[in-house]
Design a protein around this ligand. Structure first.
Ligand SMILES: *Cc1c(COP(=O)(O)O)cnc(C)c1O
Length: 238
């Protein structure tokens, strides 16, 4: 190992410790939260180093950048699980369907339909979360909370998708309690949709990032998406 390997594995361990502490603080088992390492803007080599420390779930925002890394890391000793967490335009659904294991940012039926149609037959169904605009920002992606259930019911019927849950990217707010309040709205919506769907695989609430993962875990997140705290600061806005 060189120095940067140590730095990445130390940072990964620090994030795992934050998640474990947050779980303990809410009386949740530490394996009830899955860590998604957000590797956007970082190299395939950086991903390989983090994977060597036992982290296998990675998230990418830019589809072509993600596909390049997926291809570069195909021969990795341990299979990696790739999550698309960036916006998906119609002209990118095929790449997502062919290369990724998860898509967290589905917010329109048209995109879901294309993903299902384009998912290759030799792969298992694509795992999908519906992105919800939980704090109502005007310009934000995500389905409105009032429309989530109808979209979930439609997506659940698509043959080549496995509807797994909801995903949110709330605007940053200051203070633990304010963060929990936003995440708690997502949790309540998740519980409501889950009860209405009666779909056992609907088990994922993807929320919480470097700045608010403790609040997200406290509110019931099952998957936190962490970039900066693992890989360091990014050199372009993302
Ligand atoms: C970049 C990004 C993250 C990670 O953010 P950090 O603050 O670096 O942890 C998580 N989720 C999404 C959707 C992102 O775009």
């Amino acid at each position: 190992m060189n120095t940067s390997d140590h730095v990445l594995s130390d940072k990964l361990q620090a994030v795992q410790a934050r998640i474990a502490a947050a779980c303990a603080a809410s009386g949740r088992p530490s394996d009830s939260v899955r860590l998604l390492a957000v590797s956007k803007t970082f190299s395939a080599d950086d991903v390989r180093q983090v994977a060597a420390s036992g982290q296998y779930d990675f998230g990418e925002n830019y589809i072509q950048e993600g596909v390049d890394k997926i291809t570069a890391l195909q021969g990795n000793a341990h299979a990696l699980v790739w999550h698309c967490i960036g916006p998906i335009q119609s002209n990118k659904t095929k790449l997502v369907a062919e290369h990724f294991d998860w898509a967290h940012t589905v917010d329109r039926l048209k995109i879901a339909q294309r993903l299902s149609d384009q998912r290759p037959a030799h792969l298992p169904p694509l795992n999908v979360c519906l992105q919800v605009n939980i704090d109502g920002g005007d310009t934000k992606s995500g389905v409105a909370p009032a429309d989530v259930l109808a979209l979930a019911q439609a997506v659940a019927s698509l043959p080549r998708l496995a509807l797994r849950g909801l995903m949110t990217i709330p605007d940053p707010v200051d203070g633990f309690d304010a963060q929990v309040a936003v995440h708690a709205k997502a949790r309540a919506l998740f519980d409501e949709v889950k009860a209405a769907l009666n779909l056992p695989q609907f088990d994922t609430l993807s929320m919480g990032m470097t700045g608010d993962l403790e609040a997200a875990v406290s509110a019931g997140s099952t998957m936190v998406r962490v970039g900066t705290a693992i890989f360091g600061g990014r050199t372009y806005a993302a």
